[in-house]
Design a protein around this ligand. Structure first.
Ligand SMILES: [Zn+2]
Length: 106
């Protein structure tokens, strides 16, 4: 499915909003690693706390990457961040080059 269809602005907006939400979740998980580790280091049993924080963080990261990889582009219907097995968290659709903020420019 490579042809670009005309879709209504409402659909475009809600689709891009969903992509932006999932991207935020992904970056928040990435950025939470250091503060979470610092908090774990200060606990009474640091080794155990670090292990728990690491497992929770890895699971959150897997969920965040999966959600981000599977999100569909509202314009072309392909996966926004995926091309075959390549995952690239950039701000444009891999297939139709739709920008993440295309709904805000109009
Ligand atoms: Zn697209």
């Amino acid at each position: 499915m490579d042809e670009i269809e005309d879709i209504n602005p409402q659909e475009l907006k809600s689709g891009l909003k969903k992509i932006r939400r999932r991207r935020w979740f992904f970056w928040i998980v990435i950025m939470a690693y250091l503060p979470a580790m610092l908090i774990a280091l200060r606990s009474s049993q640091p080794n155990q706390a670090i292990g728990i924080v690491f497992i929770v963080w890895i699971l959150s990261l897997v969920v965040a990457v999966t959600l981000m990889a599977l999100v569909r582009c509202p314009q072309c219907g392909n996966c926004f961040h995926m091309n075959g097995f390549m995952f690239r968290p950039v701000r444009k659709c891999f297939h139709c080059k739709l920008h993440l903020t295309a709904d805000k420019k109009k």
